[in-house]
Design a protein around this ligand. Structure first.
Ligand code: SAM
Length: 293
């Protein structure tokens, strides 16, 4: 899977994708990340990327021309051209100008999404990360100042994503968050294919086909709940002992304890998640017990 990031501050990404799982995923050829300097798509002496807003008001707005040029150089046609070209084989915007970049005018069958990072976007979730991880390519546009000229959104963007209800000074951190969350779910990136299902916001038991015969599974699929607490050695630290349930190797007991903790944590920290969580009869009973104290 390929990630193309367009920004006026490419240096902000130095190091972000060079550690841990994400670095290994690139080394294994499972994902590619490329960062482009928006100023490289300007033509004036000052490499101008912004201008004053129509209608007045504070701040500046990222101009549409450099962004459109960057997208065309990345082989991204406008949404309208993509729709038309999916029925033909022509290159409506001309072939990509950047080496190593595939044309995406909709005719190749490759799945690409152009994402605008924006505080006005839909809130990015783990469920979205799972969907995006099935694509061939994501192009992430990072806004700055008051944001991006809306016509870029209208013409090119498939979705506007926000990483939360707060305002960042630029889309770079948001792009890094989205790329990281999606990348680790690309098939093959996590060592164990199922580990993405057993963590916070993961899939429900019924959606996970990883039970090995004869090996009792000691976790539930998160089913939209938060994860349970984790412990490692030593068994006692600063006077606090690891819960007994985790120490005796009884997988049934471990599983039950973990599920109860998931329910407790979710109830305490994110009760809103319980509305859509996949709960079975035992979960509901446990939840009732926890609520009663
Ligand atoms: N005027 C905009 C508003 O009130 O919605 C805020 C612009 S913000 C200062 C500059 C850029 O940061 C945005 O264009 C966007 O790319 C990025 N940004 C800010 N908050 C974000 C969020 N919660 N999620 C994703 N991107 C965000």
């Amino acid at each position: 899977m390929r990630f193309d990031i367009v920004t006026i501050f490419p240096d902000l990404f130095a190091g972000i994708f060079e550690h841990g799982i994400v670095r290994r995923a690139q080394a294994a050829g499972l994902v590619t990340v490329a960062v482009y300097d928006l100023r490289g798509f300007t033509h004036d002496k000052h490499r101008t990327v912004d201008d004053r807003p129509f209608g007045g008001g504070e701040g500046m707005v990222l101009k549409p021309e450099p962004l459109a040029e960057a997208l065309n150089a990345l082989g991204i046609a406008s949404k309208k051209e993509r729709t038309t070209a999916s029925k033909a084989t022509a290159y409506p915007s001309g072939p990509p100008a950047l080496p190593g970049v595939a044309q995406d005018d909709g005719s190749s069958g490759a799945t690409t999404r152009v994402v605008l990072l924006s505080a006005q976007g839909r809130t990015f979730t783990q469920a979205m990360a799972r969907e995006l991880a099935a694509l061939d390519r994501i192009v992430l546009l990072c806004g700055r100042y008051e944001g991006v000229d809306e016509r870029i959104n209208q013409l090119y963007c498939d979705m506007e994503l926000s990483i939360g209800d707060y305002v960042l000074s630029g889309g770079e951190l948001a792009a890094a968050v989205v790329a990281d969350a999606v990348m680790r779910l690309v098939p093959g990136v996590l060592g164990n294919e199922a580990s993405g299902e057993f963590e916070s916001f993961g899939a429900a038991d019924a959606e996970i086909a990883t039970d090995e015969p004869g090996v009792p599974r000691s976790q539930h699929g998160a089913g939209g709940l938060l994860d349970y607490p984790h412990y490692t050695r030593p068994a006692e630290f600063a006077g606090l002992r690891v819960p007994d349930a985790l120490l005796n190797g009884d997988h049934r007991q471990i599983r039950r304890w973990r599920r109860e903790q998931q329910l407790r944590k979710t109830l305490a920290n994110r009760p809103d998640l319980l509305e859509h969580a996949e709960l079975n009869a035992e979960d509901r009973r446990l939840l009732e017990e926890i609520r009663r104290g």
